[in-house]
Design a protein around this ligand. Structure first.
Ligand SMILES: [Zn+2]
Length: 322
């Protein structure tokens, strides 16, 4: 069931000014300031002197570029409080980079492992497998789609192949979803079912990718991106079959969206999950040790998985017709 979630939006003019916007935005709340200091203090790579300098620096930066936090019902807007344009010097950029590295270090040492491109393999595979079974696809073919669903993350690719930002139109996920879906549909009509379900699995990968809010924002190009993925992927996969049991959101859904064009379907799903990208990003940044028990993070994840399930059911129907 879709739940209304309190949303945080960061003013795009702030986000567009610097890839380090989150550190500036963090200055707007006590939690954000505490978290930033914690990242700096926890680093094993920075010297004592560097830590002191970075904390002095970031305090000054928050004064130089103060942000306002405006609450309006369920939406909280973080915006610059002065009209002053952000114009970072080379030195400031260098200092911000060091803070970003400390943030990355913090999450890397806690969540380890290789950072994936998106949802982990299980998420992609389970969503398409469950969706095929719901339409009565026989197990052999459902398994072919399942086996194919994680393949695209092994292919040589640009990260932008696996995302789509509805604000800028950047990212190729809609194209790849469409391309493999129309191929799969033709194979299905020719009764070449193995190829059809392999294509469906590949196509579904690019659709489900953008069901993850972190694959719909500018963050993908940014220095701080990798740690969000470590932390968020770890969270989703450790709650997939147990804990919050996110997989049950997918198995419990029986609604689907009718798809005429898989390209548009991917754009629509990206628009849905994109509404949560700032909220999710700031929740993790501001609450590095407690975001995993945060109600909003859980509800965002469930909402996005539910929406992803509806579109994926539509995609199966698109390919097999009927
Ligand atoms: Zn991917």
């Amino acid at each position: 069931m879709h739940r209304d979630v309190n949303i945080v939006k960061v003013d795009p003019t702030l986000k567009n000014e610097t890839p380090y916007w989150i550190i500036i935005a963090a200055g707007g709340t006590e939690k954000g300031r505490v978290a930033t200091f914690k990242y700096i203090d926890s680093s094993k790579l920075l010297t004592k002197k560097e830590k002191a300098e970075l904390k002095e620096f970031v305090k000054k930066l928050w004064k130089k570029y103060p942000v306002k936090v405006i609450k309006n019902g369920r939406v909280t807007l973080i915006t610059m409080s002065s009209k002053a344009k952000i114009d970072l010097t080379k030195d400031e950029e260098a200092m911000l980079k060091k803070i970003a590295q400390a943030v990355n270090e913090y999450f890397r040492t806690r969540y380890g492992g290789e950072v994936g491109i998106l949802w982990n393999a299980d998420t992609h595979q389970d969503i398409i497998y469950i969706s095929c079974k719901k339409w009565g696809v026989n197990d052999t073919y459902a398994k072919i789609a399942k086996d194919a669903a994680d393949d695209p993350d092994q292919w040589p690719h640009l990260p932008s192949d696996h995302y789509y930002n509805p604000d800028t139109g950047m990212g190729s996920a809609p194209y790849y979803c469409w391309y493999y879906a129309i191929g799969a549909k033709s194979y299905y009509e020719l009764k070449q079912y193995s190829k059809a379900f392999q294509g469906l699995g590949w196509s579904s990968h690019f659709l489900t990718d953008v069901g993850n809010p972190l694959h719909t924002g500018r963050e993908l190009d940014q220095v701080l991106n990798s740690w969000v993925h470590y932390a968020y992927e770890n969270y989703v996969s450790s709650n997939w079959n147990s804990g919050y049991n996110f997989k049950s959101v997918v198995s419990g859904n029986n609604y689907y969206y009718s798809i005429d064009d898989p390209w548009d379907a991917t754009v629509n799903l990206a628009k849905y999950s994109h509404q949560y990208v700032d909220t999710l990003y700031l929740k993790i940044y501001n609450n590095p040790d407690t975001f995993k028990t945060d109600k909003t993070v859980k509800e965002i994840t469930e909402n996005c998985l539910l929406e992803t399930s509806k579109w994926t059911l539509g995609l199966v129907k698109y390919v097999i017709g009927g």
